[in-house]
Design a protein. Structure first.
Length: 147
C-alpha cells in the first residue's frame, strides 16, 4: 500500500473514531434517560461506523504488522503525522471502551433493579390474594347454573 494511501486511511480511521466517540456520548445520554428508541438509533449508527473501521483496519493491517519499518521510510513530517494519528486512534478507542463499559454497568444495574421490582410485585400479588382468601373466603370462579 502506498504511503499516501496509508496516511489517508489512517486519517479516515481517526475521523471514524472521533465520530464514534461523539456517538458514545449521545449513547450515554440515552442510557441515562432511558430513551430506548433513541439508543437503538445510535447503536445502528455506531454499527455502520464500526463496519467502516473494520474495512479500514483490514486495509491497514499489513502496514501495521511492519509499522516500525513503515515509519522508517516516511519523511519527518509524515512520520510525525502517522504516529500522531495512531496515538489519537488508541486514545479515542480507550475513551469509547470506557464509556461503553460504564453504560453496560448502568444497564446491568437497571436489569437487576427491574428483576427485584418484578419479584416484589409478584410477592405483593400473592400476599394480597392470600389475605383476600383468608378475609373473605374463596371466591367462586364459576356460576352454579343448576340451582
Amino acid at each position: 500500500m502506498a504511503q499516501d494511501a496509508v496516511l489517508a486511511a489512517l486519517a479516515k480511521q481517526v475521523e471514524c473514531y472521533r465520530t464514534l466517540a461523539k456517538l458514545a456520548q449521545v449513547q450515554h445520554e440515552h442510557v441515562q434517560d432511558g430513551r430506548t428508541e433513541d439508543l437503538l438509533r445510535v447503536l445502528a449508527q455506531r454499527q455502520e461506523l464500526l463496519d467502516r473501521v473494520a474495512e479500514l483496519e483490514q486495509s491497514l493491517s499489513p502496514v501495521k504488522k511492519v509499522w516500525s519499518d513503515f515509519l522508517e521510510h516516511l519523511a519527518g513530517e509524515d512520520r510525525t503525522r502517522a504516529e500522531s494519528m495512531m496515538q489519537q486512534t488508541r486514545q479515542l478507542l480507550a475513551q469509547i471502551t470506557a464509556a461503553d463499559r460504564d453504560d453496560a454497568l448502568v444497564l446491568q444495574q437497571r436489569k437487576l433493579n427491574l428483576g427485584k421490582e418484578i419479584k416484589q410485585a409478584t410477592a405483593a400479588r400473592r400476599l394480597n390474594a392470600s389475605y383476600a382468601a383468608a378475609a373473605y373466603g374463596r371466591r367462586q370462579t364459576a356460576l352454579d347454573l343448576q340451582q
